[in-house]
Write a protein that binds this ligand. Structure first.
Ligand code: AMP
Ligand code: GLY
Length: 423
């Protein structure tokens, strides 16, 4: 198969690395890709948002199979456009991608499907939104309805903070994404990610994973795209996966099918494990980044075969084969991220780490320049290792991190610590 992967993060490097290990892949393209995807195939200078350009490339280059990594092309309808052009594309339709593209849409589907989630109000008028905050008090959570590059959620500890967030969001800092807001009850608990392959009818959950969104150790500092992840997360052991999928994934598939739009692709539930049981914070309609990196290191099955089965609605015939080890990935970011950060730092040591058994450097914001690899983004690498149990995976991943040499870099030193405290 000739495969096109869309995106340029650590997730897309992991996807291209895994696809390259499928017996079925003849040639891999990645648009726009990064220094890592360039090792697995050929990078194509097309943006992930350029749906027309991507379809035209796929047609012109006889692409058989397309895998969009990020949410943007999915919410722009890349699956519909590729399918119309006769090209197989793994992911949800534009209608289904609203689950991630609109928080109000997701809340509505959750309520109809009977999925446990935080109580909320949805507002398009600033004054009504403010009255709701005045009535409910703090802590309270304010969410821009649309995509805001992961920055559209404010967990307000005081009423003043909440009112300020409403002024900002509804005043247009995120453009149209903030013209509608969801105001939500504040939930307390530990977060966990549950991802499942879906074919519209059947859901096959992957093992649990846990992301680390805050930039600094001890979950302090501003939120980022994710500073590291591991799988499994002890808070949701494998024995609980089916039950969790019955609570958070399968009712959504049933509701979307009932509305005439079966969901195909990866459905990712961001769960808060509260004292009253799991509650869904949000849905994503794609692999998480960095959860994808440790999860794909554990997946033994052929990724293209599973994705094929999703598109052909025969996931009920598939059994996922998962390595029993734990996997843990540590993100190395540029200093200053998620604020402004320098670029162009040379990265050394990647080959030495890749030569270690069951260890892989997934590249995110990198580019190749001659024989050198340079940083080109905020999150630069996700150094991932397998180990017998979480403690060993953590030890092996940090030993690998120590072999990477990059100036002006930062990483968290406590990825996995929360999980270890539960063991
Ligand atoms: P979301 O994009 O909806 O997952 O929100 C981003 C982050 O905000 C989550 O990962 C949580 O850490 C936090 N968050 C979102 N909703 C809530 C809530 N209802 N209660 C507490 N924290 C929340
Ligand atoms: N790791 C969280 C996300 O991909 O949205």
């Amino acid at each position: 198969m000739r495969v096109l992967i869309i995106g340029s993060g650590g997730r897309e490097h992991a996807l291209s690395w895994k696809v390259a290990r499928s017996g079925k892949a003849e040639k891999i393209y990645c648009a726009p890709g990064n220094g890592g995807t360039a090792q697995e195939g050929e990078n194509i200078p097309l943006k992930d948002s350029d749906v027309a350009g991507l379809v035209s490339f796929a047609k012109g280059n006889v692409i058989d199979f397309v895998i969009p990594g990020p949410e943007l092309p999915l919410t722009l309808g890349v699956v519909d456009a590729m399918t119309q052009a006769g090209i197989r594309c793994f992911g949800p339709s534009q209608w289904c991608a609203q689950l991630e593209g609109s928080k109000a849409f997701a809340k509505d589907i959750m309520q109809k499907a009977g999925v446990p989630t935080a109580a909320c109000g949805v507002f398009t008028e600033l004054e009504a939104a403010k009255s709701f905050v005045e009535e409910k008090g703090a802590p309270i959570v304010i969410k821009a309805d649309g995509l805001a590059a992961g920055k559209g959620v404010v967990v307000a500890q005081t009423k003043e903070e909440a009112l300020e967030a409403l002024d900002q969001i509804m005043g247009g800092v995120f453009g149209a994404a903030g013209s509608r807001v969801v105001i939500e009850e504040f939930l307390v608990g530990e977060e966990v990610s549950l991802l499942a392959f879906c074919d519209g009818k059947t859901a096959l959950p992957l093992p649990s994973a846990q992301d680390h969104k805050a930039v600094f150790d001890g979950d302090t500092g501003p939120n980022t795209g994710g500073m590291g992840a591991y799988s499994p997360a002890p808070i949701v052991p494998d024995a609980e996966l089916e039950k969790m999928a019955d609570i958070a994934i399968r009712p959504i598939l049933a509701e979307m099918a009932r509305q005439g739009h079966p969901f195909t692709g990866i459905l990712y539930a961001g769960l808060m494990m509260t004292k009253d049981g799991p509650k869904v914070l949000e849905y994503n309609v794609r692999f998480g980044d960095p959860e994808c990196e440790p999860l794909l290191m554990r997946l033994e099955s052929d990724l293209l075969e599973i994705m094929d089965a999703c598109i052909d609605v025969r996931l009920d015939e598939v059994k996922l084969s998962i390595r029993p080890e734990s996997a843990l990935g540590v993100v190395i970011a540029a200093e200053g991220y998620p604020g402004s950060y320098p670029k162009g730092m040379e990265i050394k040591g990647i080959d030495a780490v890749d030569a270690l058994p069951d260890t892989k450097v997934f590249q995110a914001g990198t580019k190749r320049e001659g024989s050198r690899t340079l940083s080109s983004g905020g999150r630069v690498l996700c150094v991932t290792a397998l180990g017998k149990g979480l403690a060993e995976a953590q030890k092996r991943a940090y030993e690998a991190v120590a072999k990477i040499d990059m100036e002006k870099s930062q990483h968290r030193s406590d990825i996995g610590a929360k999980g270890l405290r539960r063991l």
